[in-house]
Design a protein around this ligand. Structure first.
Ligand code: ACO
Length: 382
């Protein structure tokens, strides 16, 4: 489709729970091991919400971070789209709550659901509104709190997921400066039963003969079938989006896949002929954060200085529905916040004096982190 206006991403942000839960923490809940989880999934740890943290809260943090990255104020945003499968409530939508919190009085706001592919769907919908000339600035957010829908006694599923939010800010440009080069969206409802969270919509509570047990409302997954689906869906989506963008797969500098499992990511990358240094992944630290995982992976890579600017990036998602899709983007966005400056020799000498007390503080903060993870595991177990 030909758009009247171009679009580009000018900001990326993250909203993360404070608690880190390691694989070793999970061995207190289910019969598993750090070794098994790392080998089969690549995950070392994940963030899990505490009682007082919400999907809306994480989405607001991600929105504020992305706005700060872009160097713009909330009141310039005209549309907010939140992709989530795990909102706090059926309504008001998460997007409306974000709209109120970031001070965007002019913005329309709605949620959409496409499971882990949600952020790619949201990006594409945002592009339609910008491309048609309807809006100039659109905020898209992916947020999920799967930990509230997991059976913490099922080792097949509870080890896989983490909680979090990630956001992009989109801005309209002249069509010749367009940087959202191509998006491709797919769905296959016949595979819906391979990954689902039953009895959580208007089907529950219900007037059936038998009371629904809490365990009937937890995520259920056919892991093998999802694995097979994903390793085929990712290359297909990348190739199609490249075709629509008018680039070859070899022109892609980085692929940012949905962070479900490192084995899926590597198998898909092999099929595409991509090298490991082209893969943007943080599944080891975050687990599968569903709709949040793509912006969270890109956000962290940028923070660590691992993304060249400009570059050509392919974002690719897959998940429940079944859904899958991808977007090829030209990445030129630069964090507008003042960056840490390079130390001069004089500053280095001065800072060396305070280093030993910093080390002592780091040790203290590590021990606080461990205590907090232990508390979180106890909270989950309760
Ligand atoms: N710890 C130890 N053993 C385990 C664990 C665990 N956490 N989980 C399963 N096992 C056991 C199984 O019981 C089985 O034992 P058995 O042989 O005695 O029956 C054995 O390990 C092998 O189990 P498999 O299911 O065959 O293991 P597999 O190699 O397929 O890995 C996994 C399982 C990691 C779930 C894999 O199938 C996978 O990654 N699938 C995709 C899952 C996914 O990414 N889902 C979400 C994507 S979409 C979205 O993000 C919403």
């Amino acid at each position: 489709m030909k758009f009247a206006c171009g679009a580009k991403i000018i900001g990326v942000g993250a909203g993360l729970p404070v608690s880190i839960v390691t694989n070793d923490d999970l061995t207190q809940l289910v019969d598993t091991s750090d070794e098994w989880i790392k080998t089969r999934t690549g995950i070392r740890e994940r963030r899990i919400v505490r009682e007082n943290e919400t999907a809306t809260g994480l989405a607001i943090l991600a929105a504020q971070d992305a706005l700060a990255f872009a160097g713009i104020a909330g009141d310039t945003i005209e549309l907010i789209i939140v992709a989530t499968s795990t909102p706090d409530n059926l309504y008001p939508s998460t997007a409306c709550q974000v709209q109120g919190a970031i001070g965007a009085p002019r913005a329309a706001a709605f949620d959409m659901e496409a499971a882990c592919t949600g952020i790619v769907y949201a990006l594409s919908v945002g592009q339609q509104f910008i491309g048609s000339g309807t809006y100039k600035r659109v905020l898209v957010i992916g947020v999920d709190i799967h930990s509230r829908f997991l059976n913490w006694e099922d080792r097949n599923t509870c080890i896989l997921f983490g909680d979090g939010a990630g956001a992009f800010v989109l801005e309209g440009t002249d069509i010749e400066d367009n940087e959202l080069l191509g998006t491709y969206l797919r769905a296959d409802g016949n595979g819906g039963n391979l990954l689902w969270i039953p009895n959580t919509g208007s089907n529950y509570p219900h007037k059936g003969a038998e009371e629904i047990k809490p365990v009937d409302r937890f995520l259920q997954m056919n892991g093998r079938a999802i694995y097979e689906f994903a390793v085929n869906a990712v290359p297909e989506a990348v190739r199609h989006a490249c075709g629509l963008a008018g680039v070859e797969v070899k022109d892609i500098d980085y692929m940012v896949p949905h962070q479900a499992n490192i084995r899926i990511i590597k198998a898909a990358a092999d099929r595409l002929g991509l090298k490991s240094e082209q893969l943007v992944t943080n599944v080891d630290e975050m687990g599968n954060t569903s709709a949040a995982s793509i912006p969270l992976a890109l956000w962290q890579a940028i923070k660590r200085g691992n993304i060249r600017t400009p570059s050509t990036i392919c974002l690719v998602g897959f998940g429940g529905g079944l859904t899958w899709g991808s977007a090829v983007v030209r990445w030129t966005a630069v964090d507008q916040r003042p960056q840490e400056k390079v130390e001069t020799e004089a500053e280095k000498t001065e800072n060396a004096a305070t280093e030993s007390s910093a080390v002592a503080n780091d040790e203290k903060s590590d021990s606080i982190k461990k205590d907090s993870a232990a508390e979180k595991t106890a909270e989950i177990a309760r």
